[in-house]
Design a binder for this molecule. Structure first.
Ligand SMILES: [Zn+2]
Ligand SMILES: [Zn+2]
Length: 101
């Protein structure tokens, strides 16, 4: 396995995973394909089902969000279940400080 460069600081731009299945028409018919803003694209399928399965596999492969980073207000913070929320993490940290006192 290639060793990825590790950053100690939080990366400034968080890659967002908002995968969706897009439909396109090629020479042979309608094809479905998974695309995600992170750069992941699936292969072309002639049905939506397998593309949707790829989408679910993509989300399942993402790292689990630590409890402290789980968003308590996903709508307000524009977060999905698989995205860590730094706003909530900060609030939780502050809360813990209050409790510890
Ligand atoms: Zn992605
Ligand atoms: Zn949040």
């Amino acid at each position: 396995m290639a060793r990825a460069k590790k950053k100690t600081a939080a990366p400034p731009a968080v890659v967002r995973h908002r995968p969706k299945v897009v439909r396109a028409v090629d020479g042979t018919g309608t094809v479905y394909r998974l695309v995600c803003p992170c750069g992941t694209t699936g292969r072309e399928w002639y049905g939506r089902g397998p593309a949707q399965e790829e989408l679910e596999r993509h989300l399942a492969a993402l790292p689990v969000v630590p409890a402290a980073q789980q968003c308590q207000a996903p709508r307000r913070h524009d977060r999905r279940a698989w995205e860590p929320c730094l706003v909530c993490e900060l609030q939780t940290a502050l809360f813990d400080l209050e409790v510890a006192r």
